[in-house]
Design a protein around this ligand. Structure first.
Ligand SMILES: *[C@@H]1O[C@H](CO)[C@@H](O)[C@H](O)[C@H]1NC(C)=O
Ligand SMILES: *[C@@H]1O[C@H](CO)[C@@H](O)[C@H](O)[C@H]1NC(C)=O
Ligand SMILES: *[C@@H]1O[C@H](CO)[C@@H](O)[C@H](O)[C@H]1NC(C)=O
Ligand SMILES: *[C@@H]1O[C@H](CO)[C@@H](O)[C@H](O)[C@H]1NC(C)=O
Ligand SMILES: *[C@@H]1O[C@H](CO)[C@@H](O)[C@H](O)[C@H]1NC(C)=O
Length: 382
């Protein structure tokens, strides 16, 4: 207890020390997001078919294109900046881009993959495609804005593009993609991060100045990996996560850290915040009870019971014919608010909120600045 208080205090001290006295809140007028299912607010769903009940049950009361029972971290980010939820670029109905656009889709990767979605593979909207969509959004939206009329209200002002917060959460699917392709990490991860660098640089060249980058979470703590990863008890760490998969995530994160350091050098007019999602999520899973949660490895919504409650043939929301009647097999748990994992792959709204509360204060960020200050550059270290 005392130790906890001490570290709590030191984080705040750190915050005080690292924020220049002259710094004022950034007032981001818009958020543009690139990523995968961790931040997809409806892109894949609008394109390839909607998610089904009980997705969205906790907040929206209906599936809302999000891979959770409610809000994602990107939704909490938008709320805390005083902005509406960020509409998916691919969603053509009821969307309003006046304060940003979301290019993320579930199953997106940094490097384009050869296995298509219909073959059980990945989203066609890999990071290069998301960049193309952003560039087109930026140029065409200004044409539309200048034409005025009924669409003007749905489009960000030109000045928003340089004042916006650009957020990234991508890489997790690259790890599973190349792991199952038997490619060597020595080649794949550096190539993926070269591509990540190119995409960020392109946005910088378009005027982007504030970048908020999530590293990748502990892949080896997710039920779907624990079920499908061919693991023996000795493959698990003391918390119950798969060591091999977490090592992979950490290797990616180390190289991402180097990439962000290089971005800071090469793009001196921009502010980069690297958020250590791995450590926060690992902390949550390994200290679940202490943080007010139960059953950290058990999918709230799924089928099969047991430690993981995950079955790749009957997932959250899946129906099946039992004794001649269609029934919902992939059902939700009684109290999602107490649970960390939603569907075996993604986090619950309660977990997303917990993680957001940590990252918004800057406790797990480099530099250690709160979200509202993320337009301020890190003081160069000598
Ligand atoms: C996809 O296939 C092409 C041609 O065979 C190959 O060069 C490329 O590396 C493959 N991409 C991935 C991600 O496996
Ligand atoms: C779009 O959202 C903005 C900001 O919330 C709002 O001012 C505007 O009226 C909305 N446009 C439409 C057509 O709903
Ligand atoms: C990867 O290697 C394993 C065992 O070495 C093999 O069973 C599997 O078919 C390989 N996968 C691919 C996509 O080559
Ligand atoms: C990330 O890189 C910085 C140097 O840019 C270093 O100080 C820091 O310890 C690194 N963090 C991790 C988690 O590797
Ligand atoms: C299906 O029918 C069998 C035989 O009547 C019964 O034992 C079983 O419990 C039924 N399954 C369900 C899910 O109702």
């Amino acid at each position: 207890m005392k130790l906890q208080l001490l570290s709590f205090l030191s984080v705040h001290l750190l915050l005080l020390l690292s924020v220049p006295a002259s710094s004022s809140p950034c007032h981001f007028p818009a958020v543009f997001n690139l990523g995968d299912s961790n931040s997809d607010t409806g892109g894949l769903s609008a394109t390839f078919g909607p998610l089904t009940y009980p997705y969205g049950e906790s907040l929206f009361g209906k599936p809302a294109g999000r891979y959770s029972d409610g809000r994602l971290i990107i939704d909490f980010i938008a709320e805390s900046l005083g902005l509406p939820y960020i509409s998916a670029y691919l969603d053509s109905m009821g969307t309003n881009f006046s304060h940003g656009a979301n290019f993320a889709t579930a199953l997106s990767t940094i490097l384009p993959q050869n296995i298509t979605l219909s073959q059980g593979g990945y989203s066609p909207f890999s990071l290069d495609v998301q960049l193309k969509q952003f560039l087109q959004f930026k140029s065409r939206s200004q044409m539309i804005y200048n034409e005025g009329g009924i669409y003007k209200d749905l489009i960000p002002k030109e000045e928003y593009f340089s004042r916006a917060l650009y957020t990234f959460d991508i890489g997790q699917n690259d790890l599973t993609a190349f792991y199952f392709l038997n490619e060597s990490t020595e080649e794949y991860i550096p190539n993926a991060l070269k591509e990540f660098f190119r995409v960020v640089k392109s946005i910088y060249e378009e005027g982007g100045r504030s970048f908020w980058i999530h590293n990748t979470g502990p892949l080896g703590c997710l039920p779907y990996v624990l079920v499908q990863g061919h693991l023996a008890p000795s493959d698990l760490d003391s918390a119950g996560c798969a060591i091999r998969y977490n090592k992979l995530a950490q290797e990616f994160n180390r190289m991402l850290n180097d990439t962000v350091a290089q971005l800071r050098k090469d793009l001196p007019l921009a502010a980069f915040t690297l958020v250590d999602m791995y450590s926060i999520k690992y902390l949550l899973v390994s200290q679940a009870t202490k943080q007010g949660f139960v059953l950290p490895f058990r999918a709230c919504c799924g089928y099969g019971g047991g430690v993981y409650n995950y079955n790749s043939n009957f997932r959250c929301g899946d129906m099946a014919k039992v004794n001649g009647t269609m029934i919902l097999l992939g059902k939700s748990c009684r109290n999602p608010r107490k649970r960390i994992n939603w569907d075996g792959v993604h986090y619950t709204e309660a977990a997303n909120r917990w993680v957001f509360n940590q990252i918004s204060r800057g406790a797990f960020s480099d530099p250690a600045m709160p979200l509202s200050m993320a337009c301020h550059r890190k003081t160069p270290t000598k």
